[in-house]
Design a protein around this ligand. Structure first.
Ligand code: HEM
Length: 471
């Protein structure tokens, strides 16, 4: 009898434990939302909204309907979308989320970039790039950037022109700044030819990043793939030339990022992938920032006058041909606040994209392994509770950046993957704005309304046409 009672109690206790364990392990529900139509999901609807510059409104409606953690289907992938500061914090800190490149991006740039590696490998490649992007390195880039910016503005694209298409001009400028400062491409005949070849191929291949990767005859994607192959060959040529120089003692690892990667023993294929990635990351984003800053200053005269005043004060203390110094840049506080406000309103990178490498839980929901996780920047940067009157251009918001709540303003990302080029972008933006503001006056050209679309990088209609005159 006693044995029977003990056995009964033991079985009852064990069942209770199993029940308790299984209920505590009970899976949380999937986030609310909808996967939409099979395969298509919300892809076309969101892309259409982005192309019509209504992406923010689309997201606002979605979040209002389903909440801050939702599910949807994007490019055929089940996707969790996180909105809000806690989502931002989570995405930048979770070890179970890794960066995800779109299929088109991987085909254009390569599969072994800094974005595709993690852990020690990631830290190693990042450290190699940081040698040339840290504030002390950027300080050394000021003179080269100054010369390159003047070359562009005093040359045929601006000087003597009545109308300028800003975005194409800024892409050319930032491409050259990057070639000079990061890759140390010279201006002799051979280097000039390599520069122009790279520029042509990159203009073509970046278009391939935002299209559906269908490699069929006569498609724009196939043309972009061909440009990518030619671009890779040109980069391979640079590596070969730099290796000979390094081995014959004509250069050192400190000279430029390519020589540094060779000296560190990174395989050539990885150097090519990383150079391809850097070339895109370094020039398109900053070109977008400069273009939209010029656009916002045109329509906000008070901010424009303050920027002009700040830059003229600096110019007044210099000889006519004296280049800008690091100390001059530290005086450009209002101009940088205007640039930050531009990044809030039109972040060049629309959304952070990650992939879940394990099942995760966030905000009371289950996000299964393999899902992609996106976090559009506008969900905090356009939130009226964080940035009152979010549609207004108010650089004063960023005169004291410590007043911005954490994880709400994230144009450069955050956490271990935060953009390592943010200081480079700051210096380049300030040098460029100094010379534009002190050399020219501008206004939108008749017929140019300043509207823009996203592909997903923001691109103004007509490239943002402005009429300019010398100051
Ligand atoms: C206004 C200009 C720029 C903006 C808005 C910007 C934005 C971003 C963002 C949001 C990320 C993080 C993406 C993520 O977490 O998934 C990123 C990463 C990165 N950016 Fe930038 N960027 C800019 C300029 C630059 C420049 C000038 C360079 C190089 C010279 C650069 C190099 C990189 C690299 C290498 C990464 C990858 C970092 C990693 O995965 O560890 N960026 N950028």
């Amino acid at each position: 009898m006693v044995t029977a009672v003990v056995t009964f109690l033991a079985v009852a206790l064990a069942s209770l434990r199993i029940l308790r364990t299984s209920s505590s392990k009970k899976m949380k529900p999937l986030p609310p939302g909808s996967f939409g139509l099979p395969l298509v999901g919300q892809t076309l609807s969101l892309l259409r909204a982005l192309h019509a510059n209504a992406g923010e409104a689309w997201l606002t409606r979605w979040v209002a309907a389903y909440g801050p953690v939702t599910r949807l289907s994007f490019f055929g992938c089940p996707t969790a979308m996180l909105a809000g500061a806690s989502g931002n914090k989570f995405i930048f800190s979770s070890a179970a989320l890794t960066p995800k490149a779109t299929a088109s991006m991987s085909r254009m740039v390569g599969r072994r970039t800094i974005r595709d590696v993690s852990g020690d490998e990631h830290r190693r490649v990042r450290a190699m790039m940081a040698q040339f992007l840290r504030p002390d390195a950027c300080r050394r880039h000021v003179a080269a950037m100054d010369a390159e910016v003047r070359r562009h503005l005093d040359g045929g694209q601006w000087h003597g022109k009545a109308t300028v298409a800003v975005m194409p001009a800024m892409k050319d400028l930032t491409f050259d700044v990057m070639c000079t400062a990061l890759f140390r491409l010279g201006r002799d005949g051979k280097s000039e030819a390599v520069r122009r070849e790279l520029s042509t191929e990159f203009q073509q291949l970046v278009k391939g990043i935002s299209v559906i990767p269908m490699d069929l005859p006569f498609t724009s994607f196939r043309k972009c793939l061909a440009a990518s192959r030619r671009g890779r060959r040109a980069v391979a040529g640079i590596i070969q030339e730099r290796r000979v120089k390094l081995e014959t003692g004509q250069s050192s690892a400190a000279d430029d990022v390519v020589t540094h990667m060779i000296a560190e023993g990174l395989p050539d294929e990885e150097i090519i992938d990383n150079v391809m990635f850097l070339m895109i990351a370094a020039h398109d984003t900053t070109a977008a920032l400069l273009t939209f800053l010029i656009r916002y200053l045109d329509t906000n005269r008070e901010a424009y006058d303050k920027v002009v005043h700040e830059q003229e004060e600096i110019a007044r203390c210099k000889e006519p041909d004296e280049p800008l110094s690091w100390e001059d840049l530290s005086k450009m506080r209002y101009t940088w606040a205007a640039a930050l406000e531009t990044l809030r309103l039109v972040p060049p990178v629309f959304s952070i994209l990650r992939k879940a490498t394990a099942d995760i839980e966030f905000g009371g929901y289950h996000i299964p392994k393999g899902w992609q996780v996106i976090q559009p920047m506008s969900t905090t940067q356009w939130d009226a509770a964080i940035f009152p009157e979010p549609g207004r251009f108010v650089p004063e918001r960023f005169e004291d950046t410590s007043a911005t709540p954490p994880f709400c303003f994230i144009p450069f990302g955050g956490g271990p993957r935060v953009c390592p080029g943010n200081e480079f972008a700051r210096v380049e933006t300030l040098v460029t704005m100094h010379y534009i503001v002190t050399r020219f006056k501008w206004k939108l050209a008749p017929g140019c309304d300043g509207s823009y679309a996203r592909f997903p990088m923001p691109y103004p209609s007509q490239g943002l046409l402005i009429d300019i005159e010398p100051r």
